[in-house]
Design a binder for this molecule. Structure first.
Ligand SMILES: [Zn+2]
Ligand SMILES: [Zn+2]
Length: 254
């Protein structure tokens, strides 16, 4: 399994584009979240955007969804020949409604782009087979009403991505023992809000989850002025990475 962090930024414009993370496992190429800039970031770093088989959305905030249409348009008009392979779109309950709303604005670019699209709504706790031994499981997180975290598994590899979330012990327990915890780390303590994580909260969740590796993403610029690694180290002693756009790592599948 391979993780590439495409977009490690947030609503705040910076060198980091909005949320997007690519997971390649066997025959599955899964893009989780598709915020603004993710499509062109894939082109810039030579990621396999043409080979994406599955697109999963954690929640409907613009910084996680707005490039969905851009990516569809790229598959239709940004490559020769145009994409013909089927695509599966997965997301929380009401993802179908989101797709229909995008279709209402952009028409067939979204719903009939020239290749088959299957939209699948996942209830919290639901687990689906993506093919080639890869499974995807959703877990409710406290952020917006629909927000979920995802667990992607193949063999002994288990990657858990929090999506956007507030501090939640249940999510950390669900992630316990994973190979790699990809966690949002939005804001420093003095700017803490009820819907995102601070470095200290990430550290507390990592202490419970005890992943083999901790990779951080979704940074608002002020949090990057802090010594995030030092704060996390108070609670979690494992390997911690502050991801950047285009960073990539392999996860042993055993
Ligand atoms: Zn959000
Ligand atoms: Zn976000």
């Amino acid at each position: 399994m391979r993780l590439t962090t495409l977009g490690t930024g947030t609503a705040a414009p910076s060198m980091r584009v909005n949320a997007g993370h690519l997971i390649e496992a066997g025959a599955v190429t899964l893009l989780i979240d598709c915020g603004s800039g993710v499509t062109h970031r894939m082109g810039a770093i030579g990621a396999n955007w043409l080979g994406i088989t599955h697109l999963a959305i954690t929640h409907f905030h613009p910084d996680h969804t707005l490039d969905l249409t851009t990516l569809m348009f790229a598959w239709k008009h940004g490559t020769l020949p145009p994409r013909s392979a089927p695509l599966a779109i997965l997301g929380p309950v009401a993802i179908s409604h989101l797709i229909e709303q995008f279709t209402g604005i952009y028409g067939d670019t979204v719903r009939a782009p020239g290749f088959p699209i299957a939209v699948r709504e996942l209830a919290p706790g639901e687990r689906v087979e993506l093919g080639d031994g890869v499974t995807l499981e959703a877990h409710k997180v406290p952020h917006t009403a629909e927000s979920v975290a995802y667990s992607v598994e193949r063999g002994s590899a288990r990657l858990v991505y929090t999506g956007d979330t507030a501090f939640d012990t249940a999510v950390a327990e669900w992630a316990r023992g994973c190979s790699l915890l990809l966690a949002e780390c939005s804001l420093p303590e003095e700017l803490a809000v009820a819907t995102h994580l601070t470095p200290a909260q990430v550290g507390a969740m990592a202490e419970v989850a005890d992943p083999a590796r901790l990779v951080l993403t979704h940074f608002y610029p002020p949090v990057l002025e802090k010594d995030i690694l030092e704060i996390i180290a108070l609670r979690y002693s494992g390997d911690v990475v502050l991801a950047t756009d285009g960073w990539s790592t392999a996860i042993e599948e055993g």
